[in-house]
Ligand binder design. Structure first.
Ligand code: MTE
Length: 312
């Protein structure tokens, strides 16, 4: 008998009570010990005052209203902290400093870099992107961060590398790691071409503040033309390889979650339609767009891949 495991993300929206509390505080912007009980650590690359935040790049106008911060930061998928959407409180214990990123595989020189050293070497900016989860909910978020291509350049991969693989942290505070069903660690990956695309972004902040742990702090992948499960949170390791990785959700259910995961309203998930999406906040249902509305940026990446399952 084929048993389908119901994932936390399949809980009907009506059963989820959005938490009214916004926990982060302005004090964290000072990047000081004033952080209090919220273990966000310091974030020297984000300035002390909101008016000094990295400039918003106008090239990526999302064409829809920004989701209220309280919804984007309290309705999350983060299986390391559990299967429910309501993990934001539990995730506060993730310590974001010190934090290092291991860079290896097919690179000229493998190395481990501390996040604050990395942040000194990249150009931060703000981009407002749409985010479309495979579960058919969506949000629009002002992310702070840097283009993924800058990280690739710093890593100096060999010409023979074909994929960039992201492995996310396995911290002792992550109680979800004890769930035997899941193939930890959380792995995601993109092709070198996708990594070079100008849309591909590493987020280190949102709403002008350091990225909270529940949204993937201290750094996460942000690929707005793909379903949200590609946005690996809390990246600890970046590996360049010539072999396509088996990604986390692909390992769990390959018939439902593939490597490419490009958004396409015309290709239903085997168990639900992808034609529309529910906007976090007012729950309005709006039509989903091909490549989540970013076709002009990315459709050229896939012209030679017609035989592949690009949209699941
Ligand atoms: N990254 C890790 N490490 N663990 C996860 O469970 N969930 C993914 C993605 N990144 C996940 C992850 C899924 S399914 C989605 S939709 C997005 O994170 C959700 O991001 P958000 O909580 O910031 O909305």
């Amino acid at each position: 008998m084929h048993v389908i495991k119901r994932f936390g993300w399949e809980i009907p929206a009506a059963r989820i009570t959005p938490e009214p509390v916004v926990l982060r505080r302005r004090a964290i912007l000072a990047g000081s010990a004033a952080v209090g009980t919220v273990a966000l650590g310091t974030f020297r690359s984000l300035p002390a005052r909101a008016e000094e935040a990295p400039a918003r790049n106008p090239a990526f106008d999302p064409g829809r209203a920004i989701t209220e911060e309280k919804y984007a930061t309290t309705y999350n998928n983060y299986y390391e902290y559990g299967e429910s959407k309501n993990i934001w409180r539990a995730a506060q214990v993730l310590k974001q400093r010190p934090w290092t990123i291991e860079i290896g595989g097919m690179v000229s020189q493998p190395r481990t870099i501390a996040i604050d050293d990395l942040l000194k070497q990249v150009q931060l900016e703000e981009r407002v992107y749409r985010h479309r989860c495979v579960e058919a909910w969506a949000m629009t978020v002002p992310w702070t961060g840097f283009q993924l291509s800058q990280l690739v350049k710093l890593a100096d991969p060999l010409g023979s590398a074909k994929y960039v693989v992201f492995e996310t942290a396995q911290d002792k505070t992550m109680t979800g790691l004890n769930a035997p069903f899941y193939p930890w660690p959380y792995i995601e990956g993109v092709t070198m071409d996708e990594a070079a695309n100008e849309l591909a972004f590493i987020s280190t902040g949102m709403y002008g503040k350091p990225l909270p742990p529940q949204n993937g702090g201290p750094l996460r992948l942000t690929l707005p033309w793909k379903y949200g499960f590609k946005s690996a949170k809390a990246i600890a390791k970046v590996t360049f390889t010539d072999k396509r990785p088996t990604t986390f959700w692909e390992a769990i259910q390959p018939s439902e979650y593939g490597f490419w995961a490009n958004v396409n309203p015309a290709v239903p998930h085997p168990r639900w339609s992808q034609a529309k999406e529910r906007l976090l906040g007012d729950d309005e249902m709006v039509p989903t767009q091909l490549y989540n509305g970013y076709a002009s940026f990315v459709s050229g990446l896939y012209t030679d891949r017609k035989g592949e399952k690009l949209f699941m």
